[in-house]
Design a protein around this ligand. Sequence first.
Ligand SMILES: Cc1cc2nc3c(=O)[nH]c(=O)nc-3n(C[C@H](O)[C@H](O)[C@H](O)COP(=O)(O)OP(=O)(O)OC[C@H]3O[C@@H](n4cnc5c(N)ncnc54)[C@H](O)[C@@H]3O)c2cc1C
Length: 512
Amino acid sequence: MHNSQDFVETLAKVPRVKGDKKTVILGAGPAGLTAAYELGVRNSVPVLLLEKDPVYVGGISRTVEHHGYRFDIGGHRFFSKNDEIEALWTEVLGNEMLLRPRLSRIFYRGKYFDYPLKAANALFGLGPIETARCLASYMMARIHPVKDPKTFQDWVSNQFGTRLFSIFFKTYTEKVWGMPSNELSADWAAQRIKGLNLTEAIKNALFPAPKQKKNGEIIKTLIDEFRYPRLGPGQMWERVRDMLLQRGHRIAMGREVIKILHNETSVTGVVVRDSSGAQQVVSSANYISTLPIRELIQKCDPPLPANVIAAAEDLQYRDFLTVAVIIDKKDVFPDNWIYLHDPDVIAGRIQNFKNWSPFMTPDPTKTCLGLEYFCFENDGLWSSPDNKLIDLAGKELVKLKMCRPEQLLGGFVVRQQKAYPVYDDVYKQRLAVIRTYVEQHLTNLQLVGRNGMHHYNNQDHSMMTALLAARNILANSKVFDPWNVNTDAEYHETVSANDDDKSGRLVPQRVH
Ligand SMILES: Cc1cc2nc3c(=O)[nH]c(=O)nc-3n(C[C@H](O)[C@H](O)[C@H](O)COP(=O)(O)OP(=O)(O)OC[C@H]3O[C@@H](n4cnc5c(N)ncnc54)[C@H](O)[C@@H]3O)c2cc1C
C-alpha cells in the first residue's frame, strides 16, 4: 500500500544542498508521526517514514484489531500539561476525541479497593480479621521500625506495616518491575508516597480536604476523566498517517532500519530491509530517529568508538505482552482497568476496552479484556507459544471469577519489545556519552521519543521532543534542545545535565 520505492530513488538521486529540509524519519510511532506532521502536513517539507511494523503505525500507542475488536498495548489515556499537545490532538481528531470517565481499582482476593488507595476503604474492605492483623503489624512497625530504610520493602513497611505492604504494594510492584521489592530503592517509595503513613492516611480519610472548586463547580482531575480517541490511540496515528499520504508523503511500512551509514560528521544514509529480505539505501539531508538508542548505536556503520557502543549496551529495557481475550458476557466490571494484587495470578493488570470507548468492541453483548503480563524478552512468559498464553489468560480470568470457562471465545497475543526503558544507576552517565557523541559526530541526526531518548514517558513527551526536532530542521539550526523537555512535556530553555527531572513519572532503581 505504501510503496516508498519511487521516493527512495528520488531522494537518493537528489544532490544534497545546504538548507535542504528533506527528512527521513526512523519509526512511525507518536514521535515519528508528530515530526512528520510538523514538517510534512504543516510545512510541506518532504518526509519519508520508515516503519518496521508491516501493518500498524503508532508504535506502543497503536491500536491492534482482531476480528473487529480493537485494543491498546496497555490502555492509553490522552492527557498533557502542555496545551500545544492537547491542541494538536484536537486539530487531528476533532470531536472523535472523547472525554471518558475514569474508574480503576485494585482487585485482591475477590474484592475491589479504591485506586488511588484510601485508608478507610482499604482497611474496611479487608474485613475485621485482616484489618486487625494489619493494624497489629502497623503497631509493630511503629515500635520497631527498620532504621535508615534503604529498600522499597523496608520503607513502605515502616510507614504502613508489613501486612498492608504485602497486600497493596509488594505484589504489583514486583510484577511490573520484575525485581524483588527488597532490591528496589527506598527513595522511589518516598517520592511516590510523600511521607504518608497509616496514621496520616486515616486522618485524611476522616477529615478529607474539600474538593477544589471553580465557579462553584468541582474541578475534575485526571483521576476522574481523560481524553481518548473513539477508536483507541491508534486512530490518532492512523489519521496522521492518512493526512501525510494525502499530501504525497511516503510511509514505508514493513521496512526495518538495519544500518545507519555515516562518515563521522553526519549520517549519509540508512539501509532498510523489507519482509522479503531485500535491502535499500535511503538518504536525505536530515534524519530523526525514534529507534531504541541501544539498537541505533549498534546499527551504526562503520562501528562507533568502543566506549559509545559499551554505553549503549548498558541501556536496559522491560518488555510487555498483552493477551486480548474475548468473552461471551456483556458486563464483566465497570472499570477502565484494574490492578491485580493477587500473587496467585501472573497478570498485573486487566483492561476492559469497551469501558475506554464503547466503539472498541463490535458486539455489545461481548467483552474484550486485555490481560497484561510484564516480562523480559525471551523469559519463559515471553517465549511461550500464543496458544499457551491465551490458555493461561483464560484460566486466570476463571480463577478471578470474571467469567466461566464456556464464556471464553478466544484470544490474541501482542508482544511489545522494549515497552519500558529501565532507569538504573548507570543509565544517565551512559546516555550522556551517547548524546555527546551523536551531537558532535552525527550532526544531521536528532534523537527523539521514548526509547529514542531512553525516557520513561507518555505520548506527549515523545510528541513535544519531535516537534522541537522538526522545528530545528525548519529553522536550519539547532534552536531547541529536545533533551530539555521534561516528563510533563514542558520545554525548559536551560537544563543542566545533572538536573533531575522532577516532573511526571517516577521509576524505581535497583539498590546494590
Ligand atoms: C503499558 C503502557 C501503557 C502506556 N500508557 C500510556 C498512556 O496512558 N498515555 C500515554 O500518553 N502514553 C502511554 N504510554 C507511553 C506511550 O506508549 C509512549 O510514550 C509512546 O508510544 C512513545 O512514542 P515513540 O514514538 O517515542 O515510540 P514508540 O511508540 O516506541 O514508536 C517507535 C516506532 O519505531 C519503530 N521502530 C523501532 N525500531 C525500528 C527499526 N529498526 N526500523 C524501523 N522502525 C523501527 C517501532 O516499530 C515503532 O513504531 C504507555 C506505554 C506502555 C508500555
